[in-house]
Design a protein around this ligand. Structure first.
Ligand code: MN
Length: 714
């Protein structure tokens, strides 16, 4: 176990300006907080955060990262809280520790790794500061190094699987080759120890047979390069058992067929030297076709740069060679962490903490291919996404701004179509709520539900929007057809003509319609008047009194009773599609109503005494008789009240209490006028029908503070 002063010395060796006091305080605090806790190995628990800190000093990270490593398990495993840490170590350290803790909790939540790709993105998205991720990876690395101490084999396996599926690729994603290799090999040892053992045994055998092959080849290559005038450091290594095994799997080769188990690395001073070294080696040894890759001119997405080639080497054996500069080498090994080190000097010393994004942008100034680097290395590429869980722990990735409705459609179209509500982290929320990273979303469905036209206003995913739109269009068409059919039936009845399918078909051509359905649709949308259809089908029909009469009676209610049997029932017509309730008079079941057809929009329902109707006096063809038929409807209607209330303490509260007691739900309230003595206001109340509203009005009138209550007519 590394000791306190050793840790501090190590940090100071690469960062003379390191905050020694911070490191010492973090060390002591973590040691005390973990107290007598122990690890599966029997070691004191504190050895773990200390080792994690040690791993990060190898990456030459700043003192804040090292302190975070020391404190990383405090919140999850001890009594201390994030605010304790903030008090003792400041907001920055607290933020970093909190970040690591969140990732740890996320880790505990994910039993399944089948959505590994998404889970990695989630980790990236949640690691707003790259140092959080680096601490987390070092944490995982040490846990893997000590995995064999864990007694439960299922647990070992799960952790190894997770490491293989999530953390190793994540390390690769941010360019930390060395972390990746070690994580993979440790996981491989747990997941497939037989395969690993046999590969190791085979490698031993080859080594015995070939003598010091690796060293002989290395020396020869170094000599070749020296003769070729290139200053180079050459190193050789046997590939890791896991990478050998993967190649065997991928190319379906046996171990004997797998020739290149050794790899060599040539490190040179400049980019020009890289190509020169390549030229030297290619002129001396036959190349293996298809193995040359120039990752210098085209770096890998994670920023990796090197030349790769395959040769038949000095011992007539296939070998792999990587050629790179020192800087490329450090970036290849440590990825983002290496960038960190390179720019550490200036900003870190004066203690200013930058968010990692700005860090990366900084580095771009020095990167040779900024576009590539920015494009691929910035983790923020995932910030435009939001990652949420299903109750079972499956991950769903959505664009940021997505709502529970988008989530529902992402789960399944059926779930979306029948969605009536959502619980986010256990609490009911409106469907239009914006989801946040890590939210657990549970969708409540009902077979009776269908997509609502409103949904289109807040769904953001293409899938949800397309599905809602398609449904609404289809439903709208049905509605117009239904309305048109009713209007035609009424018109024919009124004109005492027979309405038969055959008769209608006879008129199709004249009316330029393709089918009877089309005809219904045109009448329903108001593009064709019902009387025109009557005339087309029965030329010479004299218009009877009905249409004109509607207009002539205007507001004379009594006369309308007769025509009630001609009225079109509005049952089954969905508000917002073919049917709209007028905003001027807010008709309620129980009100006498009339419809006004607007071309392309269907019918707007007004109360028969609504002033707006005067506007349509000159266009009788637009009037439609309507009748309520809403028994058993669960959808509330909106009544609008004009109320004058005394301006005194508590009067508004009493008013809403009375409405509430009478089962009315206030959906909107607008004060239109306010004087010293009175409030004048408009109140929208959700009610069942007219009677419900009049009951509420009666209850309000009984209140002493109420001066007047009327239905609003605007
Ligand atoms: Mn830990």
């Amino acid at each position: 176990m590394i000791r306190q002063f050793e840790l501090v010395e190590k940090v100071r060796s690469y960062d003379p300006g390191a905050d020694e006091g911070l490191l010492n305080r973090a060390y002591v605090f973590a040691m005390k907080a973990h107290g007598s806790q122990t690890r599966a190995s029997g070691d004191p628990y504190f050895s773990h955060p200390l080792e994690v800190a040690g791993i990060l000093t190898d990456l030459k990270l700043d003192s804040a990262s090292i302190a975070t490593a020391l404190l990383h398990d405090i919140v999850e495993d001890t009594e201390a809280s994030v605010s304790d840490i903030e008090m003792l170590f400041g907001a920055d350290i607290a933020r970093l520790v909190d970040g690591v803790t969140k990732l740890t909790r996320l880790e505990l939540q994910s039993e399944q790794t089948k959505h590994a790709e998404n889970f990695r993105k989630l980790l990236l998205a949640m690691s707003e500061d790259i140092r959080v991720l680096l601490v987390k990876l070092a944490d995982r690395l040490h846990n893997m190094q000590t995995l064999h101490f864990v007694k439960n084999p299922d647990k070992r396996r799960r952790i190894a699987r997770e490491t293989m599926d999530i953390y190793a690729p994540l390390a690769e994603r941010i360019g930390m080759q060395r972390f990746k290799d070690e994580l993979q090999d440790l996981a491989f040892a747990e997941l497939n120890s037989d395969a690993r053992e046999s590969i190791l045994a085979r490698l031993d055998f080859l080594r015995e047979q070939g003598g010091d092959l690796l060293e002989r080849v290395r020396e020869q290559l170094a000599l070749d390069l020296e003769e070729g005038g290139v200053e180079a450091q050459v190193s050789g290594r046997v590939k890791s058992p896991y990478s050998i095994w993967r190649k065997m799997e991928q190319r379906n080769l046996s171990f004997e067929q797998l020739a290149d188990t050794v790899a060599f690395r040539v490190v040179v001073p400049t980019v020009g030297d890289c190509y020169q070294a390549l030229g030297v080696l290619h002129s001396r040894y036959p190349t293996v076709p298809g193995r040359f890759k120039d990752y210098i001119s085209t770096p890998k997405p994670n920023g990796y740069r090197s030349l790769h080639t395959g040769l038949i080497g000095p011992e007539q054996q296939r070998i792999e060679i990587q050629i790179r500069t020192r800087e490329m080498h450090e970036i290849a090994e440590f990825g983002v962490a290496a960038h960190w080190k390179y720019k550490q000097g200036a900003q870190m010393v004066d203690g200013r903490q930058y968010r990692w994004v700005r860090e990366l942008l900084d580095i771009l100034d020095h990167a040779s291919n900024p576009e590539e680097f920015l494009e691929h290395t910035k983790l923020e590429m995932f910030q435009d996404q939001v990652f949420c869980f299903t109750p079972k722990g499956d991950l769903i990735a959505l664009p940021s701004g997505a709502t529970p409705l988008d989530f529902a459609y992402a789960v399944h179209s059926e779930v979306g179509d029948t969605c009536v509500g959502a619980k986010v982290n256990g609490r009911m929320v409106p469907l239009r709520t914006r989801l946040a990273n890590g939210d657990q979303v549970q969708i409540v469905t009902s077979k009776a539900q269908t997509p609502s036209p409103d949904w289109e206003k807040f769904a953001v995913t293409g899938k949800a929007r397309a599905r809602i739109r398609r449904f609404v269009r289809a439903r709208e068409r049905e509605q117009y057809i239904e309305l048109g059919r009713n209007m035609l039936e009424k018109a024919f009845r009124q004109e005492r003509q027979d309405l038969t399918e055959k008769a209608l078909k006879g008129g199709l051509k004249k009316l330029k319609a393709d089918s009877v359905q089309d005809l219904h649709f045109s009448v329903g949308t108001g593009n064709l008047s019902a009387m025109d259809v009557v005339h087309a089908v029965y030329p010479g029909t004299k218009e009877r009194s009905g249409w004109r009469k509607v207009v002539s009676i205007g507001r004379a209610k009594a006369k309308r009773d007769k025509s009630q049997d001609h009225a079109i029932p509005i049952k089954g017509l969905i508000p917002g599609m073919a049917l709209h309730y007028a905003h001027c008079c807010h008709p309620l079941p129980g009100d006498r109503i009339v419809g006004i057809v607007t071309t392309g929009k269907g019918v707007t329902v007004h109360t028969i005494d609504c002033d707006t109707l005067q506007t349509f006096a000159e266009t009788p063809e637009r009037w439609v008789d309507l009748a309520w038929d809403v028994d058993g409807s669960s959808v509330p209607f909106l009544g609008r009240l004009h109320v004058v209330v005394a301006n005194e303490p508590g009067s508004l509260g009493n008013l809403s209490t009375v409405i509430g007691k009478n089962d009315g739900n206030i959906s909107n309230l607008k004060i239109t006028n306010r004087s010293i003595d009175f409030f004048e206001m408009l109140i929208d109340v959700e009610v069942k029908d007219l009677k419900h509203l009049t009951d509420i009005m009666a209850a309000l009138r009984a209140m002493s503070v109420i001066t007047s209550v009327e239905r609003a007519r605007t």
